[in-house]
Ligand binder design. Structure first.
Ligand SMILES: [Zn+2]
Length: 506
């Protein structure tokens, strides 16, 4: 006697199909699970047996073999308790239903038959839609989260007995389908901070607006108290909210890290790990790989304050993810891929004491010490930072000055317009922002304006910029032009962009 049900396993951010196959035969009573199960699946045997009995069903005293296929896929957790229990109950003739053919199942069982929530349900629900399943039976505690995905009927079950009742009641199944609240319980905790709280620093604010508009990486250099962290924290408040697809993608990543109240994340994430973070904490890892800070910052901002304090190993580990916008972690010959397309903001003091170049406070560092401080920063990482700015120390009058300061909403409107222009430009491409544009785009932009072409050619002969630096200069110019809704990049855009290449000017 053979029976089969569909369930899922997590591979990074994606879920893939796992078939729960069962064979029952006469012979010495036994209960075996095969298909590379880990310890928790072996524990599942006891849980499944107890919950079947405690839910009022019979556990067949026969030879039972469960196979979780594909066998070469390493499986984790207690995801398969529910499908295993259902398969046993179905194959022993205690329930029959056509719904088994059109549905997928996931859930962890308690000894008393209750179904507990599992993590990664959003990824699994998307996979169920791709498999063209009509129904997805999930733990009651997961139905809000699964309901965020459209195009599939979600059935949340509190316990095993309820699940069987629904399966037997095929005609009335629609009664049990989760009623979605539109696009989900949208989380709308407004930012607690605003750009208008930053006094002075108008040049740095302008730079931050440009950086956010084109998702350009930016480095801020300034003495303590110049407002570097304040600006970085507020950068997300001027970026447009995530669209539906982006929200789902970001929420999927967060669901892998911890169980939380399931809501769709619509605001761009802001992550600022401390320099003592471990490498796996930063880029992701673990026995069952989980996303790190770089993936938690996906579609938002990763802020590394006191950047020279990060070990060279840590900062070098960022190089490949910055280029690829994703990170692949391999465990036991299996690759787990996590997306990590973020805007990087770095902040640092100009020297150990923080006052190098300050007009009013004397720097106590020797020339050697200043050089040593700067050597701590990885050259290849700096080369990948499009924009660099210095922030002067604020004077007392800056705090007292009573001038009009723009709030985040006003700036966000301009940034959103620049995003819309870029969305149109890259509609048929895999990239989304100017910072990601390749050589073809760059050449095209330069060729649009013959005057600019001459300036760029002249400039590239004289400047010390690398080829990468030169293309990033054009990309920043493009973003400045987009903020002005200008089709062409003009010389003025180019000249302003050059002001954000200070490391080549000092
Ligand atoms: Zn100093």
């Amino acid at each position: 006697m053979f029976f089969k049900l569909d369930s899922f396993s997590l591979m990074g951010i994606e879920a893939i199909k796992v078939s729960v196959e069962i064979h029952i035969s006469n012979g010495m009573p036994s209960f075996t699970i095969v298909g590379l199960p880990d310890k928790s699946i072996n524990e599942a045997r006891d849980r499944v047996k107890a919950s079947i009995i405690n839910s009022g069903f019979k556990f067949p005293m026969k030879k039972i073999i469960i196979n979780l296929s594909p066998a070469d896929l390493r499986k984790e957790g207690s995801f398969y308790d529910l499908p295993i229990a259902l398969a046993i109950i179905a194959l022993s003739g205690q329930v029959s239903s056509d719904l088994f053919n059109y549905s997928s199942f996931i859930g962890e069982l308690s000894l008393d038959g209750l179904i507990n929530p599992v993590r990664g349900i959003l990824s699994m629900t998307q996979a169920a839609v791709q498999m063209k399943k009509n129904y997805f039976f999930v733990p009651k505690g997961n139905e809000d989260e699964a309901g965020l995905i459209k195009d599939i009927a979600i059935i949340g079950c509190a316990d095993l007995a309820e699940c069987i009742k629904i399966l037997k009641n095929k005609e009335e199944v629609s009664k049990f389908v989760y009623k979605s609240h539109g696009s989900g319980n949208v989380c709308s905790n407004k930012h607690r901070v605003d750009f208008s709280e930053v006094k002075g620093q108008s040049r740095a604010k302008r730079a931050m607006e440009i950086a956010a508009s084109g998702m350009h990486n930016i480095l801020m250099i300034g003495p303590p108290g110049s407002g570097k962290s304040m600006l970085a924290e507020r950068a997300v408040t001027i970026m447009p909210d995530l669209n539906y697809d982006e929200s789902i993608e970001v929420t999927k990543i967060y669901n892998l890290v911890k169980r939380r109240k399931y809501e769709l994340i619509i605001e761009r994430p802001f992550r600022n790990p401390h320099h003592t973070i471990s490498e796996s904490g930063l880029i992701g890892g673990g026995i069952y790989p989980k996303p790190g800070e770089i993936s938690l910052a996906h579609k938002g901002i990763l802020f590394l304050d006191e950047f020279p304090e990060f070990s060279s190993r840590l900062s070098e580990s960022l190089r490949q993810p910055i280029e690829n916008k994703s990170i692949v972690i391999t465990r036991n010959n299996v690759s787990y891929k996590f997306p990590c397309s973020f805007m990087l903001i770095l902040a640092m003091n100009p020297c150990f004491c923080g006052y190098y170049g300050d007009k009013s406070k004397r720097c106590r560092c020797s020339k050697k010490e200043v050089e040593k401080y700067w050597r701590r920063i990885s050259g290849p990482i700096l080369d990948r930072i499009d924009m660099q700015i210095t922030l002067p120390r604020l004077k007392e009058e800056d705090f007292l000055e009573n001038v009009f300061v723009e709030n985040s909403c006003t700036i966000k409107e301009r940034v959103s317009k620049a995003f819309t222009i870029q969305n149109k430009r890259y509609l048929n491409d895999i990239i989304n922002h100017n910072s990601e544009a390749g050589v073809c785009y760059i050449n095209n932009w330069i060729n649009q304006n013959q005057d600019l072409k001459k300036v760029v050619a002249d400039f590239s002969k004289k400047s010390r910029l690398t080829a990468r630096g030169m293309s990033s200069l054009i990309k920043i110019s493009r973003t400045i032009a987009d903020l002005e809704n200008s089709d062409e990049i003009t010389q003025n855009h180019f000249i302003e962009a050059f002001q954000y290449k200070i490391l080549n000017n000092i």
